[in-house]
Structures are given as C-alpha cells and as structure tokens.
Design a protein around this ligand. Sequence first.
Ligand code: SAM
Ligand code: SF4
Ligand code: F3S
Length: 438
Amino acid sequence: MQTYHIWTEGCQMNVADARRVAAALEQLGYQPAARAEEAEVIVLNTCVVRQSAEDRAIGRLSSLRAIKKRKPQVVINVMGCLVGYKENSLLKERFPYVDVFSPPSDPLPLVHFLLQREGKQIDFEEKRVRDVEMYGEMTLPYSERGKQVSVFLPVVYGCSLACTYCIVPYRRGAERSRPPGEVLEEARRLAEQGVREITLLGQIVDRYGIDQPGYPSLARLLVELSKVDGIERLRFLTSHPRWMTDELLDVVASVPKVMPHIEIPVQSGDDEILQKMRRGYTADQYRQLIARIRQRIPNVAIATDLIVGFPGESEEQFQRSYTLLQELRLDVVHLARYSVRPGTLAARQMPDDVPEEEKWRRFRLVEDLQEKIAEQIHAACLGKVEQVLFENRVKGRWRGRTPTNKLVFVETEEDIGGKVLAVEIIRTGAWSMLGKLV
Ligand code: SAM
Ligand code: SF4
Ligand code: F3S
C-alpha cells in the first residue's frame, strides 16, 4: 500500500489546498498515513506570512533530510507560499533532496512526477490524469467522504492589492476568480460526499467576479450556492472594508443558509498607519462600516485582524487600535506582531523600529482586552438556545458551531456529526461554550 502524509501550516487557503492534494493522491491510489515517517509521499504545505511561519517550514523541511537519506525512494513535495508561483531556483539549490516544488493551490506537479516515476507516459487524454485535473481538486479525498462536515472552497486565487506589509501577492500571484459554474459543480460534489457547510475563500473574497467580465458578484454566487441540496450553511472570508457592498450584506441578512458571520480585517486603528499600510480606508470609515453591517444583519458576529508594531507605530497610534477594539467589541480578533517580509514595500522602505518586547507588550494588551470582550459576548448566550452544526468528536465531546461561528461542545453518545441541532448553552468561557441538546 502506497501512503502519503501532508503537513499544513498557514491560512484556510492552505487547508483547502491540502484537501486538493489529498484528493489527487487518493485518486492515484495512495492512502493517508498518520506520520511523515511512515509515508512514501511527504507533502509540506508551507506558509510565510510571518517570519515565524517561514522558520517552522524551513525547520520541517530540514528535518526531512534525514528521512530522505534513510529512505531515498520517499518522494518529498514542498508546496505553498514558501515556493510561490514563480520559478524558485534558490530554494532548489538549498534543498536538493526535495523531489517536487509546487506553487500554492496546484497538486499537478506532484501528480505528474508520480505518474512519470511509475513509468507512465503523461498522456493528458488518459482518464485518470484527466480526472485528477478536472475533478480531483473538486472533491473530498476518499478517506474523508462522509466524514467532513465543513470545508473551505477557494473562489478567488491570489491578490492584486499589495498592502505594504504583506507577502501574499508575491507568492500567490494576481487575483483570479474561478468560473461560477466550476464553483457550483464543486459545491454539488462536496454535498454529495457529505459536506454540510462551505466557506468560500479569497484574500478579498468580496472582490469575487470583479476581475472577470460577466461573472456574478459574490452575493449572487451565494444565492446560487444556497440552492445546492445538502448544503445547509454558507460562509465567506476574508472581506475587505473597501469592497463590502450592501448587496452582499442584504444577502447575508435575507438568505437563511448564509450565516451571519463577517471576517473583515481592520489591521490598525490609526489613520497614518493605515495609510502607510495602503489599506485604503480610515478608522472612521471602518467604524461606519461596522455600524452598517450591524444595522443590516441582526445578531451578526464580526471578526477582524490587527497588526501591532507596524513600522513607526507610536504608543499613541497603538492606543488608537486598542480603543477602536474596545469601542467596537468585535467577536474575534486575529492578532499579529508585525514581521518584516522580504520583497514587500514596508521591508524596503520602512525600518522595523518597534522593539520585539514592545510588540509583545502591545500584543498581550490587546489579547487581554479581547479575552474579556469575548467572555462577555459568550456570557450573554448563557441559557439561550442556539442552532449548532456538529462537525466531529474531540475527546469524547461533540464539537460544533453556532451560526455566528462560535464553538460549542456537547456531551452525547449519539452520532450527531453533520446535523444541525438545537442546543441550550449551559456554560460559557472566552473561547468556547458548553451546551446540552434540547
Ligand atoms: N487577505 C486578508 C486581508 O486582507 O486581511 C488576509 C491576508 S493574510 C493571509 C492574514 C493576516 O496576516 C493579515 O490580515 C494580517 O493581519 C497578517 N499579516 C500579513 N502580513 C503580515 C506581516 N508582515 N506581519 C504580521 N502580520 C501579517
Ligand atoms: Fe495581503 Fe492585503 Fe492582499 Fe490581504 S488584501 S492578501 S493583506 S495584500
Ligand atoms: Fe500563509 Fe500563504 Fe496563507 S503566506 S497565510 S499560506 S496565503
């Protein structure tokens, strides 16, 4: 039996990419192995959004040298944002024991390598290859069918915005929307394979269709997807304050399958920093947007991203981020300490002058603030009944999510995976809630 192992770091896009590779490999007859040491094909799906993620990827990659030495027949594939979409000869020189480098979202270099190694002519008319190309990336791996309740589905690849701190556009290339027919077909297949919730992905997901004349808007796409049998819930991320339309907000408010959950990064609460980041909005515009979202969608949950310690960020400027979050009381804050990324405008033009300890201090202050806010928001759910979609069992408890994406655990012997059930919330904390089936 041939086996594979995939190690994935980074964002939801990488999780989606890992599913594609797994589906393609299982089409070729491979089966999953729990540990890299046991596998014949090892895939490292990498992230470089911050230096720490890049360091982990390099660390992992270096540790594979020993495995390759011991078992030269093992195939090592590195994919994702460490590789990027352009030819990367430096990486090839530095890690000569890697068999295949693949750009983000593309399982084909690995598939072709494996077929070639088996002595197969790469005949693109051959059904198996065609299946991998056409459908491999649009299904669940066999091993996950009937088990995956919630999946990520990319609808926009790449990004053409170039915020000054961000390496993503350099690694994932220009923005490309996927054809709506392909997205719908993928959703139908996933539903047939047991999926109940789909989260549409894009770096600026609300820009879906803008790069392609004749494509529907994200709002229209969601309406079409809501007609797919079997799909109970739809979400989308990440939104950008400049492209959030009322059309989209109204679809969230009026289409029952589209969940009241918006992920819309602010990145900073200070106008000068926002300008240096080239985000294209002010803190006040963000405030107004949050008010507009809350006005149009009752009981909406809003998540944001924030960077502390951006070049030149003074104490006063940091305080503006802090007070903005204090004022807006958002549900979730994905928090990051600024990290220099080579090739970005900030790396070239703005000295990384906030000391590491100071970044940590600001990080902890926001973390503490948000913990309290989340605790209070969750506490308000106590005694209420929520509709929870259950995904899997973790340490004897079923894990699911409310429409607002809040984590709920329930103790029951029943198999409730894939079901939406009414749950009374009986205990709450900052990160999750405990409930009982009603
Ligand atoms: N496209 C989304 C957006 O516009 O926010 C997400 C991009 S990125 C994959 C996810 C998050 O990583 C960003 O929202 C940002 O907060 C953080 N990030 C990106 N570059 C960073 C850097 N150089 N240092 C620290 N955090 C960074
Ligand atoms: Fe990066 Fe900005 Fe694009 Fe998000 S919108 S991926 S932060 S460049
Ligand atoms: Fe990382 Fe690339 Fe996502 S850098 S956060 S895996 S887009």
